[in-house]
Design a protein around this ligand. Sequence first.
Ligand SMILES: [Mg+2]
Length: 207
Amino acid sequence: MDSETQNVKNSFVPTVISQDGGESAGGRPALFFDRDGIANISPGPGYVMSVADFHVRPEFVDAVGVATEKGWPCLIVSNQRGVGKGLVPPEELAAMHEVLRETLAARGLALLDILAYVGLDPDHPDCKPHPGLLRKAAAQHNLDLLRSWMIGDRERDVQTGINAGVAVTVRVDDDGTDAPPEAALATAGTYRLKRLAELPGLLGRCL
Ligand SMILES: [Mg+2]
């Protein structure tokens, strides 16, 4: 999908890996989710290195369930520098996302797309908090960013949403580990949730 595909450390690794799971529709709003700490338990300061360490959070599945009931498509937008560093093989990243798809499919759910920036350049337009991944997804799937939401466990995710011009941003303090990493940091987000388990209810009330 990326016409500006660049090579990073390994010549075969594209800058953006997209797994297109859906068809286009007309100008819909969408929910954009961060991956680590939201869709799966945070690896902490490092990376999820292998599919064996990729643990889908049931609260995320519940959130996708509520969004789907309301007719909102769900996507993941993620920085995965571990791939660009050569620490995480692209096929391992693909295997993690297959686990995510299978977990959702077991509930009759699906993601519209998963986009991961796997390069190392913090100034690249696709590297969060830059909004490139959201803009690409919007163009490819005909999504309306101005009515969309961005949900993540880091203030960087909130900034990504703001930079993309989304309507609503959500920061969740609970990343699935014992340590609330940015709980003390103020947020510019529209909503701040202590627990990811609060997200399905918020979506149920607001979508
Ligand atoms: Mg995260």
